[in-house]
Design a protein around this ligand. Structure first.
Ligand code: ARG
Length: 456
C-alpha cells in the first residue's frame, strides 16, 4: 500500500478509478506555486515551534532539490499519486526520508490547492495587465498617426457620419482600460490567503496564518476556514473579466476582418500575420483575427463551466472542485496568446488612408450636418430632418451626392440655404465640427490622446 492515505484501506485502488480521479496530468502546472506555498508553510511551522529548525531546513532543502528537478524536466509524475500535492510530498519523502512527512502538519490539500490557485491567479492577472497595456499602446500609437484620417463611422453597419480613424481606435483603448482596471481590482480579492484553513475547520496546532500570508505576499487571511477552502469566486472573477475582454478582442477582430476585405479595403494586415490558401493562390486570409474571434467560445465556455460546477455544491470541499483547473489554465493561456498577438498585429497594420477618405466622399454621411445647418438658422431640427430627407432622396434619384448639388438645387428645398453650405459639408469640416467633449472633432481626439497617455 503506497498511497499517502493508504492506512485505512484494505484493497488497492481500481486502475480506472485511479486514472479517473487523478489530476496530475493537468495540475502539474501548479508545481511552482505548490512548492512556494509549502516553503512558507514549513517556515511558519518552525517559527511557531511546531517542528524543529533542523527539520525545517531538511524539508526546505528537499523542496528546492525537487523544484530544480521539475524545472529540468527530470521528474516523472505518477497518476498513482493522484495530484501535484501528493506527488511532491512523495518525492520529498523519497529525497529526505520520513522527516518529509512532517511538511503536511497543520494543513490539508484543501487549503493547499486553494493557496496554489490564488498564487497562480495572481501571477496570471499581473501578466494580463502588462499584456493589455501593450495592446493599448499599439492602439494609441496608431491613433496618434491617424487623428486626421477620415473614414465613415457606422451604425447598423450603414454609413452614418464621418469620423476620425484615431477616434475609432481609441474607443478600443478605453474598453481595454476598463478591462485592466477590473483585473487590478480583482487582485484585492485574489490576495486573500486560505492557507491554514486546513481541511475545513482549522487546526489544533498553534499555527500563524498571518505569517504565511505575509510570506506569500497576500494582503489578508480568509476570516472563515469553510469559505477559505470552498471559495472559487476569484477564479470566476478572472473568467468573467476574461470573457468581457475577449468580447472586446472579438469585436475589434471582426472590424479588422471587415476592413481587410476587398469590399472595405481600409487596412492591410502585415503578411506576417496572415496566411494563404492551399488552393486559391491570390488569397491572403486574416486568420489571426478570425481565430481571436473564434477563441471567444472557449473563454465563455470556461466561465459557464465553472459557474455550473459550483452552483450546487454544499460546503466545504467537494471533489467536483478538481474540475475548476483546466478551464482556468485554458482561459489564462488563451488570453495570453490573444493579447500577445494582438499588439504586434495592430502595430504593423497598414492603413489605407485614401480608401477611407474615398468612402466618405461617396455617401450621404454628411446629411446630419445640413440638418444642423438649417437648425442653426432657426428651423426646428425635426423639420430640418424632413427637408434633408427629401434632399437625400432627390440626390439618390439624380445620382448626385450632397456636395455635387448646386446652390439652386438646395434653394428649391429651403431659402435658408446660402453658399456657405458647401464648406460646411466637406468631410474635414464635418468631423472638426464635432468638438463636443469626447466627440470625434480633431481637437477632442488630440485631447483624448493626451488623457490616454496618462493612463499608460
Ligand atoms: N487534486 C485536488 C483538487 O484539485 C486537491 C484537493 C484534494 N482534496 C481532497 N480532500 N481530496 O481538488
Amino acid at each position: 500500500m503506497t498511497k499517502l492515505w493508504g492506512g485505512r484501506f484494505t484493497k488497492p485502488t481500481n486502475k480506472l478509478v485511479e486514472e479517473y480521479t487523478s489530476s496530475i496530468n493537468f495540475d502539474q502546472k501548479l508545481a511552482k506555486q505548490d512548492i512556494q506555498g509549502s516553503l512558507a508553510h514549513v517556515d511558519m511551522l518552525g517559527k511557531c515551534g511546531i517542528i524543529s529548525q533542523n527539520e525545517v531546513s531538511d524539508i526546505k532543502k528537499g523542496l528546492s532539490i525537487i523544484e530544480g528537478k521539475i524545472e529540468k524536466g527530470e521528474v516523472e509524475f505518477s497518476v498513482a499519486d493522484e495530484d501535484i500535492h501528493m506527488n511532491i510530498e512523495k518525492l520529498l519523502i523519497e529525497e529526505i526520508g520520513p522527516v518529509g512527512g512532517k511538511l503536511h502538519t497543520g494543513r490539508s490539500r484543501n487549503d493547499q490547492v486553494a493557496t496554489d490557485m490564488h498564487l497562480y491567479m495572481r501571477e496570471k492577472t499581473e501578466l494580463m495587465v502588462e499584456l493589455v497595456e501593450q495592446v493599448q499602446s499599439a492602439l494609441l500609437q496608431q491613433a496618434e498617426q491617424h487623428v486626421e484620417t477620415i473614414l465613415p463611422g457606422y451604425t447598423h453597419l450603414q454609413r452614418a457620419q464621418p469620423i476620425s480613424f484615431g477616434h475609432h481606435l481609441l474607443a478600443y483603448f478605453w474598453m481595454f482600460e476598463r478591462d485592466k482596471e477590473r483585473l487590478q481590482d480583482s487582485l484585492k480579492r485574489i490576495n486573500w490567503s486560505p492557507l491554514g484553513a486546513a481541511a475545513l475547520a482549522g487546526t489544533p496546532y498553534s499555527i500563524d496564518r498571518e505569517m504565511t500570508a505575509e510570506a506569500l505576499g497576500f494582503e489578508r487571511v480568509y476570516p472563515n476556514s469553510l469559505d477559505a477552502v470552498s471559495d472559487r469566486d476569484f477564479i470566476l472573477e478572472f473568467l468573467s473579466i476574461s470573457s468581457i475582454m475577449i468580447t472586446h478582442i472579438s469585436r475589434l477582430s471582426e472590424e479588422l476582418i471587415l476592413w481587410s476585405s476587398q469590399e472595405f479595403n481600409f487596412v492591410e494586415l502585415d503578411d506576417a500575420f496572415c496566411t494563404g490558401s492551399s488552393i486559391m493562390p491570390q488569397k491572403k486570409n486574416p486568420d489571426v483575427p478570425e481565430l481571436l474571434r473564434g477563441k471567444t467560445g472557449r473563454i465563455y465556455g470556461n466561465l459557464m463551466g465553472l459557474l455550473t460546477l459550483l452552483k450546487g455544491l454544499p460546503l466545504a470541499y467537494n471533489k467536483d472542485m478538481q474540475e475548476d483547473k483546466e478551464g482556468m489554465f485554458d482561459t489564462a493561456e488563451t488570453l495570453e496568446g490573444a493579447l500577445s498577438l494582438l499588439a504586434p498585429m495592430l502595430e504593423s497594420m497598414e492603413v489605407n488612408v485614401g480608401q477611407m477618405r474615398n468612402a466618405v466622399k461617396e455617401d450621404y454621411s454628411n446629411a446630419t450636418d445640413i440638418a444642423d445647418y438649417l437648425a442653426i438658422k432657426g428651423m426646428p431640427f425635426r423639420q430640418a430632418h424632413e427637408v434633408i430627407g427629401q434632399i437625400v432622396l432627390y440626390g439618390i434619384q439624380n445620382e448626385k451626392y450632397l456636395l455635387d448639388l448646386t446652390i439652386e438645387e438646395y434653394q428649391q428645398f429651403s431659402d435658408l440655404f446660402e453658399e456657405d453650405i458647401f464648406e460646411k459639408l466637406a468631410p474635414e469640416q464635418v468631423v472638426a465640427a464635432r468638438n463636443s467633449q469626447g466627440g470625434t472633432g480633431f481637437k477632442q481626439v488630440h485631447k483624448q490622446i493626451q488623457l490616454a497617455k496618462q493612463y499608460l
